[in-house]
Ligand binder design. Structure first.
Ligand code: IMP
Ligand code: MG
Length: 181
């Protein structure tokens, strides 16, 4: 049923399976002997984090944060509102943030600064998708599933007005979906 609203597949189920396996192997090499906290950024991280962690062969804890970023009215600076905070202390810990997509980079930039401010020993990011053309702050994630052009995608955690997160792959919505909204 959801398939009918999709114009084109951007990252297929098979590609996603290959990506999570490859990233899992890479992270398993890099985090050998460490005991990091995986911090999933809600809500988009859910399918990706679930698949990725099955390929991580080291001890870890998981936690979640829900954040929203917006422009501060008077200053023009970017504010990040913590809708739900992480409930594990990060002081002296390795932290691996799990994101669905990096676009402007503002959200992650702010979250990384916050976790560093709280005393995390090391903060890195793994993202399924990267849209480098959308960047407003200089920022390169350490672990990237796949780089995509500056298009709006849905599925596998990514939403349009709260919907399509449960689509099992990443795709482009048909234009009429926006037009009829
Ligand atoms: P940014 O990097 O601060 O601009 O924000 C990234 C967040 O914006 C992601 O975590 C998504 O929630 C959302 N986002 C960015 N691009 C897309 C997209 O193509 N589809 C759905 N959500 C997106
Ligand atoms: Mg998000």
């Amino acid at each position: 049923m959801l398939d009918n609203d999709i114009e084109k597949t951007i990252v297929s189920r098979e590609e996603i399976a290959g990506i999570t396996e490859r990233l899992g192997e890479e992270l398993t090499r890099d985090y050998k002997g460490e005991y990091p906290i995986l911090v999933g950024i809600l809500k988009g991280c859910i399918p990706f984090m679930s698949d990725l962690m099955k390929h991580l062969d080291f001890h870890l804890e998981i936690g979640y944060m829900d954040v929203s970023s917006y422009f501060g009215g008077l200053t023009g600076a970017v504010d990040v509102k913590i809708e739900m905070d992480l409930n594990i202390p990060v002081k002296n810990r390795y932290v691996l943030i799990v994101e669905d997509i990096v676009d402007s980079g503002r959200t992650l930039h702010a979250v990384i600064r916050l976790l560093e401010h709280r005393g995390a020993k090391d903060v890195k990011v793994v993202t399924l998708l990267d849209k480098p053309e959308g960047r407003k702050v200089e920022y390169v994630p350490e672990y990237i599933g796949v780089t995509i052009p500056k298009v709006f995608v849905v599925g596998y955690g990514l939403d349009y007005e709260g919907r399509y997160r449960n689509l099992p792959y990443v795709g482009l919505l048909k234009p009429e979906i926006y037009e009829n909204a």
